[in-house]
Design a protein around this ligand. Structure first.
Ligand code: DNO
Length: 355
């Protein structure tokens, strides 16, 4: 197991590589090319430059989060084949520099959805939060609210150029129900997994966040049953998952240690996002919490124990942190609380390993 830390690159992240290097136990930088438009090939020279920077800081680069999927692929338009060819070339280019894992998601239009980026906790720290009632309104209202509170950073999956087209996108997805979305995922997987196998890359599909249909858009990775269905679409071992404890944990029916125990032993989990959330008492509404088990609704010890027991040998990264100590970072991706999270998770791991 190695601990990683997500980084948005020299121009887009207030966190510096040397900050990451100073977190005890941080070995991997989970990076991406954020300036390549979704659907375009990631140029080899740019990938090499990113890797060189990370390695010069004494860190490793073997996981990419994310290579996003063009909406034409998710909608199933005839133009998808062109974007799939581009994706195949990106896979080849990433493999050339030694990347082993590609994290991606198959969520229509939005990536993760939160309704508040600065939910104030009793101790004065601020966390991301989700209240279902705000998703009953026009998505445009939520988009404006989110964009006005993003501390000047664009959120992953909420890039302005993408959101500008949101109404068009809703129309384009009108006929895409969960069955069609699943068929489009299968089409994509059947086309790219042979390339992954040739290149020794494993895909790591991220769960839908939150794991339920919102704004009438379908969801296909909400729980263990969905994961079984996705494995059944294409048995290749390159067809893997990112286990995001927060996303799956946002449905209290999901037993995350059980999910880990089922899929890690199959060799399908190269990457884990470890995050805690706290249900706020109204249905599935939640806010994010510090990683420590007692701060939230998830048992992080049980999660780390399941990973340890199943011989997990991929990368774990702390997931979203709160804004603490006066930091006004990229929402969810400041330095301090994620660093605390990484250290805590490493402490759990050491204790489990030595007991
Ligand atoms: C949010 C992240 C997601 C994740 C993508 C994976 O903080 O967990 O944006 O990177 O869904 O493609």
């Amino acid at each position: 197991m190695e601990m990683g830390f997500r980084w948005y690159g020299p121009d887009e992240d207030a966190v510096k590589l040397r900050d990451i290097r100073q977190i005890p136990g941080a070995k991997q930088v989970v990076g991406a090319l954020f300036d390549v438009p979704v659907g375009e090939v990631w140029p080899l020279a740019k990938i090499k430059a990113l890797k060189a920077q990370i390695e010069a800081a004494g860190l490793k680069f073997t996981i990419v989060e994310s290579v996003n999927i063009h909406d034409d692929i998710k909608i199933g338009l005839p133009t998808r084949d062109h974007y799939i060819e581009n994706y195949q070339q990106t896979i080849r280019n990433l493999a050339q520099v030694g990347v082993k894992t590609i994290c991606y998601n198959f969520m229509p239009i939005f990536d993760w959805i939160r309704t508040d980026l600065h939910f104030e906790l009793a101790d004065g720290s601020k966390a991301l939060a989700f209240q279902e009632r705000y998703t009953a309104e026009d998505p445009q209202a939520l988009i404006q609210q989110i964009q006005s509170g993003d501390n000047g950073f664009s959120l992953p999956g909420w890039e302005p150029e993408r959101l500008a087209k949101v109404q068009q996108l809703f129309k384009a997805y009108a006929d895409v129900d969960a069955t069609r979305l699943a068929a489009n995922l299968k089409y994509f997987l059947d086309a790219i997994l042979p390339v992954c196998e040739e290149c020794h890359i494993q895909m790591a599909l991220h769960p839908d966040d939150p794991p339920m249909p919102l704004f009438g858009l379908p969801r296909i990775f909400k729980n263990a049953a969905d994961m079984r269905a996705i494995v059944a679409m294409n048995a290749s071992l390159a067809n893997g998952f990112t286990i995001c404890t927060g996303s799956l944990g946002e449905n209290p029916d999901n037993d995350i240690p059980a999910i880990i125990r089922e899929f890690v032993v199959q060799g399908r989990v190269p990457f884990v996002h470890a995050r805690n959330i706290k249900f706020t008492g109204n249905g599935r509404d939640f806010r994010e919490a510090a990683h420590l088990s007692s701060e939230g609704s998830l048992d992080m010890f049980a999660i780390m124990k399941a990973l340890h027991d199943t011989g997990f040998d991929g990368v774990i990264r702390p997931d979203h942190g709160r804004d603490i100590w006066g930091e006004a970072g990229r929402p969810g991706y400041g330095l301090y609380d994620r660093a605390l999270g990484l250290t805590y998770l490493n402490g759990l791991w050491e204790a489990i390993a030595k007991s």
